[in-house]
Design a protein around this ligand. Sequence first.
Ligand code: GRF
Length: 207
Amino acid sequence: MPQIKIGILVSGSGTNLQSIINSVESGFINGKIQVVISNKENAYGLQRARNHNIGAVFINEKNYSNIEEYNEAIIKELKSHGVELVVLAGYIKILTNKFIETYSNKIINIHPSLIPSFCGKGYYGLKVHEAAINYGVKLSGATVHFVNEEADNGPIIFQESVSVHYDDTAETLQERILEVEHKLLPLALKYYCENKIEVVGRKVKIK
Ligand code: GRF
């Protein structure tokens, strides 16, 4: 089976990116990371890519007059690398509809809560975990899903829960959930690259 060409968007430290790189290098994922793109020049994710001889590209939003043009620039970069699957691994910007149409059901995101709780606009980084703790939920977790026009709303591929402890801080909960994320995202990509994921309406069937 030919290797799926993967493009990854990051904004931060890129621990999820690292889990994907490791899983590709070990052969767990039958794919090839063509390029890693960031909206932040000093995102450590870019350095992680360089450490593994993967193309790392900073695209500066300030060079574009609006979000549409900025997204066009990302699409152009992805296409120039023949990317077939886009992974959002801690990418904090919303994608334009044009972007989502271009890669319809070919964009996968990871979110650090059990969607549809604590997700959507404004729920990113530690804010997600703060909201879960303040609500008093006993379970939170990670969700891997396809991206559609609405933030954190697309068909869910995998979810896994973790316990929320009484004395958790956003940081301790984040750490527990990241451990799950680092398993779940590579697993979803493995299945995607083996053509084992089918989207049926809002539901995802693992074949
Ligand atoms: C993760 O919690 C992910 O679920 C969310 O952003 C965070 C990125 O962490 N979308 P990292 O950059 O992969 O370490």
